[in-house]
Design a protein around this ligand. Structure first.
Ligand code: SAH
Length: 254
């Protein structure tokens, strides 16, 4: 059996129980070494064969996984965070489908969620934002023009910008061109959930300088939006006057 597992954002305790069990049973593990915390490999058996995919091509990864599968071995392909976000998992699954090889996916805690936990913030606040945009600045991988930061900024909602901290000046310029006020709160979290985790919190006007001073480049998440600071409305769910399927309130309100 081949299982793709989300390793979580860094802290080895942030893998799911299911993912940990799969790792503990695996004969072969192929992990994304550029981002997965190697400490998570402590969950593996000593006899397990471990490959670091950082220096491998898609073809090489597939050969390792498929040969192990054919030899009746248990394989874990370990991705950082959740594999469905910038994980390059689809191209692997499609090839396994073509070859008729079964596999499962165990989700993981994505780094954008570890970042909100670090900051102790909620992305979706009543009266403020009910949408979270996950995006990135174009790099070697292009971003479709209709998804440019400038256009996404028009929504004024909560944004998580992956893979872009090294281009923070460009990110800020596009967001402001797109309509965010320069006083919009912004934060960058470096290595959320790792022992060396760090953060800077400011506004679009200040954040680029703060990031440069802190020296964050890789493994950091840019968060932007009014959810970081400022007023919001309390929730209907816990409003004493509001009834719902699990609780009768003092008066019903739409
Ligand atoms: N699949 C992963 C993302 C892989 S892309 C996930 O779900 O989190 C790699 C990018 O993710 C990095 O450039 C950075 O923007 C972000 N990232 C990964 N781990 C992080 C962490 N612990 N803290 C902050 N950002 C992180």
């Amino acid at each position: 059996m081949i299982t793709f597992v989300g390793a979580g954002p860094g802290d080895p305790d942030l893998i799911t129980l299911k993912g940990q069990k799969k790792l503990a049973q695996a004969d072969v593990v192929v992990y994304a070494g550029s981002l997965v915390n190697p400490e998570i490999l402590q969950h593996c058996r000593e006899e397990a064969t471990i490959y670091n995919s950082a220096s491998m091509t898609l073809e090489e990864v597939l050969v390792v996984m498929i040969e192990a599968y054919k030899a009746n071995k248990k394989v874990v392909r370990l991705h950082t965070g959740d594999p469905s976000i910038y994980g390059a998992i689809r191209e692997q699954m499609d090839e396994l489908d073509i070859q008729g090889i079964p596999y499962k996916v165990v989700p993981g805690v994505s780094s954008f969620l570890a970042a909100s936990a670090t900051l102790k913030r909620e992305f979706t606040l009543p009266g403020l934002s009910q949408t979270v945009i996950i995006t990135r600045q174009a790099g070697r991988t292009a971003v479709p023009e209709k998804e440019s930061l400038r256009l996404l900024a028009q929504h004024g909602t909560s944004m998580c910008i992956f893979l872009s901290t090294h281009k923070i000046e460009e990110v800020v310029a596009e967001l402001i061109q797109g309509g965010y006020d320069q006083n919009t709160p912004a934060a960058v979290v470096y290595k959320a959930s790792w022992p060396e985790e760090a953060k800077v919190v400011g506004t679009l006007e200040t954040i680029a300088k703060q990031v440069r001073e802190a020296g964050f480049t890789k493994t950091s998440m840019i968060l932007v939006g009014p959810f970081l600071e400022g007023p919001y409305e309390r929730s209907m769910l816990y409003d004493p006057t509001f009834s719902h399927g699990f609780r009768k309130g003092t008066e019903s309100r739409e």
